[in-house]
Design a protein around this ligand. Structure first.
Ligand SMILES: [Cu+2]
Length: 169
């Protein structure tokens, strides 16, 4: 819980900071877009899952993803897959920095959001609310569909057609 308290504290600091210094923030179009988000359906007997998406920074400044939260998981970490001695390993990342106009793809071979202690089985056709927390941008909440392995494959094939799954609050 300490890490969560710290995160909330940092977010509160940051909100005050951005309101004090960035007068235009309310008038500008969404600085962050999230495209092609999906969650992996639960494997029976397992209580972890992973979320993938493309995060687009439309703004003029670097934004930093600090983490994510959801009511179905008390612990969501940013992970990166790396190959070491022919073994796939996951490394925890504290943050992801996304430069102005940059797109970052979270995908099975690379960076992903890892959900631990998922409180219910994640079934295909359902949706889960996920909120992304940034250091210098408003949080972004989105309804993320749960994909079966087959849906995941077809989504990766038809990437271009799936850029409509985005919500901003
Ligand atoms: Cu992971």
């Amino acid at each position: 819980m300490n890490a969560l308290s710290l995160l909330i504290f940092l977010l509160m600091l940051q909100v005050n900071y951005s309101h004090a210094t960035d007068i235009n923030i309310e008038n500008t179009p969404a600085q962050i877009n999230v495209e092609k988000a999906y969650l992996r359906a639960s494997i029976p007997g397992s209580n972890i899952s992973a979320a993938y998406m493309t995060i687009v920074n439309n703004g003029e400044k670097t934004v930093t993803l600090l983490g994510a939260s959801s009511n179905i998981s008390p612990r969501i970490e940013i992970h990166q897959n790396t190959m070491k001695n022919n073994m796939m390993r996951m490394r925890k990342m504290e943050i992801i920095s996304i430069k102005a106009k940059e797109r970052i793809a979270l995908q099975p071979s690379g960076i992903h959001l890892m959900l631990f202690d998922v409180t219910k089985p994640l079934q295909p056709q359902q949706e889960v609310e996920l909120t992304l927390h940034f250091s210098n941008s408003e949080p972004v909440s989105l309804q993320v569909p749960i994909f079966s392995p087959i849906q995941e494959k077809s989504a990766q094939k038809s990437d271009e057609q799936h850029s409509h799954m985005q919500h901003h609050h």
